[in-house]
Structures are given as C-alpha cells and as structure tokens.
Design a protein around this ligand. Structure first.
Ligand SMILES: [Zn+2]
Length: 394
C-alpha cells in the first residue's frame, strides 16, 4: 500500500522520491519510495543525514572497497589519538593520514606530521543530537517501510515550520545502547573475526515497538518507537547488508577436469553443465546477481558456530558457563541450526533456562543498577573497531 501524503509536510506526494532507510553516505543500500516528497527528502538530508554521517568518516575511509566511495579526497577530516615515542597526542586525521598534530608540533618545534606517528584510535561522538536524530531516523524509516501505522509513531517526530518552509526536523525517541548480557552474545561480538555490516531488527514486545540498530557492527542501539502498541499480529522484521563492494570481475576459472566444473558450480552456487562456454555464462550471471543484502542468519550463524566450536575446546571456560552458552544457542537457533530471528537480540535468559527476559528491558534495568558493565562492553566493542581501522589505514 502506498502512502499518499508526505510524513513531514503532510502534502500529497505527487512525485516519488527515493529515501534511504540507512543513510547512503554510510553505505546504506535499502531505499523506500513511500515516505516523503522530494522537497522534504532534501530537508532530511540537510537536518538529519549530513550531520549524522559525518560521525562515521573514520570508518568510511578505513574500510577497503567501501560500497559507497573509495575516493579518499572526498572524505571529511576527523580527529583521533596518535602515539609518538610512547606518548599519546590528539590529532586531525583525513583519509587515514595525520594532517595536523598541534600539541606535538609545538612541543618539538617542528611539523609533527613528518614524524612516524601511529594512529591509535578515532573519536566518535555519540552523545550529540546529530547521532540521536540519525539513529532515530533509521528506526522511523524502517518502521514506516515495514508497514507500521504513522499515527502510532508520529509522537517522536518534530517538524518546525516557518510558513511553508521546514526550518528543522528532529526526532525524540528513547535510545538504549545495546550491551551483551549473555556469554553467547558477548563472544559473538568480541571474539569472532570483525566484518563490518549493518543490520536492523524491528519487533514488538509487551506492547512496545522496538527497533534494534547495528551500524558497522559497532554502533548498537535499541530505539523505543512506541510503548502503546497493543495487538496480536506479529511484528518482526530484519534487514542486513555487508559494506564491502563485491568483486564483480569475472574470475579465471581453473577448469581442466570435469570434476573442476562441479567444484566451481558449488563455489558460485550455479547448476553444473559440461558445455564450458555455457558454464562460464552461468557463473557470470551469478556474480552479477550477488547482492550486498544478506540474511541476518548468514552473518550470525557462522559467528555462533565459531564461538561454540572454540568454547567446546577451551578448557579455561568453566562448565556452568558452557552450559549457559549452550542454553543461549538453543534459544537463538532452531533444530536445523538456523537463527531463530524471533529471539535473537529481542530476548535473553534469566537465571533459569525457562526464564525468558526482554533484552532491551534487561539492559535498562542493568543500567539503573550500574553503568560499569555497559561502559566496559562499549569500550571493548570500540577497541575492536579501532583495531580494525588502525590496521587498515596505516
Ligand atoms: Zn514533504
């Protein structure tokens, strides 16, 4: 069903415009044509997307083959911490290169950027309005595109107007930082090889509508869209995509024996055939069609398998922890080892195995007791990202 009126200005939509659910500047590929008019699309870019996507500049420049742009010249500068002779200094960085390090330059009376500086970490400001607005907009767009009634979530949208012109757009929905509260999630997030991806999970639980957002597999938040969502029909949707451009060049197929055709067919997911030209054509088509959009199952299942396998072998992990881990594997995965997307990131287990708790509400409760564990988790998550970026931008 398509919407007739723009959600920002309320005017009839006479011309469809593509709005990215996740901002295109940070690699978002998922578009909706059903949200706003072209004019308001521009306002959203100006007031929400531009300030928001700036926050992620260090990552965009740090990911090889980033799907949006590889042009390092077009990148905005950012800030971070660099080390020189074991001391840390604040620096301005652009495209993975230190462009200015005033404190060190002053101390040594020279241009510090000529020295062998090592980028140790990047700054990410998550406490500002731009961050909150950008995250809320993703949740808002996703909910609308998945068919949630605008009237049920419009309380969080603020549009300021001067005459017919929109002078500001902002969002006001509670944001809860995700924190891994069980050993399976903790190990999936911190102990499996880092690959940047975006994912979204929209779900209803206890009359609340939540959107879980994970950007770059680092910025993980629950957005509370509504706490008045009664009803029985299920709301549960997921979206996931990778961020690195897929190599679509044609491979050199190494085929000498009939058996090689079977091996290649399996690698590229095509039907084997003995006509070599026809077979190459099938591989070409398969490569072209491969999309960065991926099911969440395809991302999480290999990570959980990695964790399970390593934990079974690890004698350092206590038996009670192994049991708890196994119980969460059973909560998240069905009998065919497929991710049970109803449970993943929406619930976790309490002290007893049949004690199923709301994940965001348990985080809220934990945060009220103490912030320490939450900070430790987010610091550990940023350390993984920084490690990835600093290795990539050397
Ligand atoms: Zn409009």
């Amino acid at each position: 069903m398509s919407r007739n009126n723009c959600i920002y200005c309320g005017q009839p939509i006479t011309e469809r415009s593509r709005e990215h659910v996740i901002q295109n500047a940070i690699g978002g590929m998922y578009e909706s044509v059903d949200i706003c008019c072209p004019q308001c699309n521009n306002y959203v870019s100006k007031y929400i997307d531009a300030p928001f996507t700036k926050i992620f500049n260090p990552i965009i420049s740090g990911i090889d083959n980033f799907s949006k742009t590889n042009n390092k010249k077009s990148l905005q500068p950012c800030t971070g911490t660099v080390s020189y002779n074991g001391q840390m200094y604040h620096a301005n960085i652009k495209g993975g290169k230190v462009v200015n390090c005033p404190d060190l330059s002053r101390a040594l009376h020279c241009d510090a950027t000529e020295l062998p500086l090592k980028i140790e970490s990047y700054d990410f400001n998550l406490e500002n309005t731009a961050f909150k607005n950008g995250m809320a907009k993703i949740a808002f767009n996703y909910a609308l595109d998945q068919g949630i009634d605008f009237n049920k979530i419009k309380h969080g949208l603020n549009v300021q107007k001067s005459g017919r012109n929109i002078t500001n757009i902002s969002f006001d929905y509670p944001l809860i930082p995700f924190c891994a509260l069980n050993p399976l999630d903790l190990r999936i997030e911190l102990e499996t090889p880092f690959t940047p991806y975006h994912s979204l999970i929209l779900f209803r639980q206890n009359h609340k509508l939540w959107c879980y957002i994970d950007l770059f597999n680092t910025f993980q938040f629950y957005v509370l869209m509504s706490d008045k969502m009664p009803g029985n029909n299920k709301v549960y949707n997921t979206y996931a995509q990778t961020l690195q451009k897929i190599d679509r060049s044609e491979p050199d197929l190494d085929i000498h024996r009939p058996k090689d055709i079977l091996i290649c067919a399996k690698d590229y997911g095509v039907e084997p055939c003995m006509d070599l030209e026809e077979f190459k054509k099938r591989v070409r088509v398969a490569i072209q069609q491969k999309s960065q959009k991926i099911s969440l199952d395809k991302i999480i299942t290999p990570k959980a398998e990695y964790v399970s396998y390593n934990c079974i072998l690890d004698t350092q992990i206590s038996t009670p922890e192994k049991i708890l881990l196994g119980q969460h594997v059973a909560l998240y995965f069905d009998d065919d080892d497929r991710l049970n997307t109803n449970n993943f990131r929406t619930v976790t287990l309490g002290s007893a195995p049949d004690d199923i708790l709301s994940y965001p509400e348990l985080i809220n409760y934990t945060a009220k007791q103490s912030q320490t564990y939450l900070h430790e988790y987010s610091n550990a998550k940023f350390a993984v990202l920084n490690n990835f970026l600093c290795q990539n931008t050397k």
